[in-house]
Design a protein around this ligand. Structure first.
Ligand code: C5P
Length: 208
C-alpha cells in the first residue's frame, strides 16, 4: 500500500519542515496545503476583491492552478492571516479538496501538511501526525524565519498573530483544526528540526 503521511498542526509548529524532510527521506511527493489557501487569498487581493467576498473566494479556489504555487508573496506574514480568513469558507475548502485528494492518491504515496489532512482530506492515511509547540516557541520560530527573509515585525505582534490564527482555525465550523482520533501527537517545543525529524521517523516506522 502506498505510504500516505498526513501532518496537521497550528501555524509555525514545525510541520512544514518536518513534512519536507519526511518526504525527502521516503522519496514521496509533498504538498504544503497552506499554500493553496494562501494562493486563493492572493488571487482575491490581486484582483482588488475583498477577502470577505465568499463567492469570489469560491471562484478563485475553483480556478486555482496548483502548479503555480511559487509566488514568493505567498509566504508573507499577511498572506497567512488572509488565508486563514478565506479558508473558513466551506466552498473554498470544497473547491480545493478534490485536488488535494488526487495529490494524495499518487501511486508512490505522498506527504501532505495542513490543518485538516488527517480529519478530512486523507482520513484513511496510514500515518497521521499532529505537530504542536507552545505559542511562544512558535512565535520565536516565525520571528526568526521572517527576519531571515528581511520582513520585520515585533515578537509581540507575531505572537498575537499566531494566537488569533489558532483561535480562528480551531473555532471555525468548516473543517476546524483538531487532532484526528488516530493521530500521534508530537510536541516540538523542546525539539530542534533534527530531533523532531528523528521522533517523527520513529513514529512512521512504528505505525506502518
Ligand atoms: O499552514 P499555513 O500557515 O500556510 O496556512 C495558512 C492558513 O490556511 C491557515 O491559518 C489555515 O487557516 C488555512 N489552512 C487550512 N487548511 C489546511 C491548510 C491551511 O484551513 N489544510
Amino acid at each position: 500500500m502506498p505510504l500516505v503521511i498526513a501532518i496537521d498542526g497550528p501555524a509555525a509548529s514545525g510541520k512544514g519542515t518536518l513534512a519536507k524532510r519526511l518526504a525527502d527521506h521516503y522519496g514521496l511527493p509533498h504538498l504544503d496545503t497552506g499554500l493553496l489557501y494562501r494562493a486563493v487569498a492572493l488571487a482575491l487581493l490581486d484582483a482588488g476583491l475583498s477577502l470577505d467576498d465568499r463567492e469570489a473566494a469560491a471562484r478563485a479556489a475553483e480556478a486555482l492552478d496548483p502548479e503555480k504555487l511559487d509566488d514568493p508573496r505567498l509566504r508573507e506574514r499577511a498572506m497567512g492571516e488572509a488565508a486563514s480568513r478565506v479558508s473558513a469558507v466551506p466552498e473554498v475548502r470544497a473547491g480545493l479538496l478534490l485536488w488535494q485528494r488526487r495529490f494524495a492518491a499518487d501511486p508512490q504515496g505522498a506527504v501532505l501538511d495542513g490543518r485538516d489532512i488527517g480529519t478530512v482530506v486523507c482520513p484513511e492515511a496510514e500515518v497521521k501526525l499532529f505537530i504542536t509547540a507552545s505559542s511562544e516557541e512558535r512565535a520565536r520560530r516565525r520571528h526568526r524565519e521572517l527576519a531571515g527573509r528581511g520582513e520585520t515585525a515585533s515578537f509581540a505582534a507575531i505572537l498575537a498573530d499566531i494566537e488569533a490564527r489558532d483561535a480562528r482555525d480551531a473555532g471555525r465550523a468548516a473543517a476546524p483544526l483538531r487532532m484526528a482520533g488516530d493521530a500521534v501527537r508530537l510536541d516540538t517545543t523542546e525539539l530542534d528540526a533534527d530531533a523532531a525529524f528523528d521522533e517523527a521517523r520513529g513514529i512512521v516506522e512504528r505505525t506502518r
